[in-house]
Design a protein around this ligand. Structure first.
Ligand code: CU
Length: 82
């Protein structure tokens, strides 16, 4: 149930972003959403994986490295089972 609601929340975010592009995900608002979604994860190992990937994604975002941000973001999404 929890996993389904996390996925539903993610799909809602994607649906709200018609131009589902890097700049829509590499921003503070989405990072907050990711933090919230990761906090709800039940698999501690995957949760740590997602947190590590998201931290790297945030670091890349701060450097203005959108490609790097998206690369680590995708890793975080994968760890979240997306
Ligand atoms: Cu994300």
């Amino acid at each position: 149930m929890l996993k389904t609601s996390v996925l539903a929340a993610f799909l809602a975010i994607v649906a709200l972003s018609p131009a589902y592009a890097a700049q829509d995900l590499c921003n503070e608002a989405h990072m907050k959403q990711m933090d919230g979604m990761i906090a709800k994860m039940t698999d501690a190992t995957k949760q740590k994986e997602a947190t590590t990937a998201l931290d790297m994604s945030k670091a890349a975002m701060k450097k203005g490295d959108t490609a790097g941000c998206m690369k680590h973001m995708n890793e975080a999404h994968k760890a979240m089972g997306m």
